[in-house]
Ligand binder design. Structure first.
Ligand SMILES: C[S@@+](CC[C@H](N)C(=O)[O-])C[C@H]1O[C@@H](n2cnc3c(N)ncnc32)[C@H](O)[C@@H]1O
Length: 212
């Protein structure tokens, strides 16, 4: 299904682009190897929400080689300090993320954990200000109870790929990932425990505030 025409997306990206040579190199790395990153427009929202909430503790689920982590780490630095936990189950990606964030001078706000992300979250102390979920989509619903336990009341959950390229409304798409995303959208929208909006940037960024 069609997203915004590419030219409109380019316009948005150019307006919100962070002028950082390390980010440009990370984007090139992702493009060359077809690695799925949130990209600069969604990244800008990650930075913005971290600044807006004055978050000190951020937990990232499915951090890849650290591209999305860059935005949280930069926002925490600009918030005056804090910590983003980078979690991924590939040790090589975790090591690569350390190298990129060191190049960006952002290592000071990052903790790196090689683990299945929901398990790592279960082991974390509660009271987290912001959780970002970008793991395999099949795992989104299973992760929700841990997220609810670990987020502080009033904390923010951001979830990537909540439109599945528009396939959330395509009845022919009965893949497990899309079915889970549909259920999560509906649940966050209906549940009295969450206030939910779905931002249509790129592939859809779900924004859920834990009521409390
Ligand atoms: C979509 S990519 C993440 C990209 C990253 N958020 C970014 O924008 O730069 C997801 C990454 O998390 C890993 N991953 C997927 N599901 C995971 C899980 N349940 N636990 C840990 N890592 C996971 C994948 O192998 C991949 O490296």
């Amino acid at each position: 299904m069609e997203r915004w025409p590419e030219a409109v997306y380019t316009y948005i990206k150019e307006l919100t682009l962070f002028d950082d040579p390390v980010l440009r190199k990370m984007e090139a790395r992702a493009k060359n190897e077809n690695f799925p990153i949130v990209g600069p427009a969604t990244g800008a929202w990650l930075y913005f929400f971290t600044r807006l909430t004055g978050a000190k503790r951020v937990f990232e689920m499915g951090s890849g080689f650290g591209y999305s982590t860059w935005y949280f780490a930069a926002a925490l630095r600009d918030n005056g300090g804090g910590e983003v936990v980078h979690t991924v189950w590939d040790a090589e990606l975790s090591e690569e993320a350390k190298i990129w964030l060191e190049k960006a001078n952002l290592l000071g706000t990052c903790d790196f954990q090689v683990s299945e992300s929901t398990l790592a979250l279960e082991a974390a102390d509660p009271g987290i200000d912001l959780i970002f979920m970008d793991i395999d989509k099949e795992g989104y619903l299973d992760a929700l109870p841990s997220i609810k336990r670990k987020l502080r009341p009033g904390g923010l959950l951001l979830v990537d790929n909540m439109l599945r390229d528009g396939n959330v409304i395509n009845a022919k798409d009965q893949s497990e990932g899309t079915k889970v995303v549909r259920k999560l959208n509906q649940y966050l929208s209906d549940s009295p425990d969450w206030e939910y909006v779905l931002n249509p940037i790129r592939d859809g960024l779900g924004i859920a505030r834990l009521v409390g």
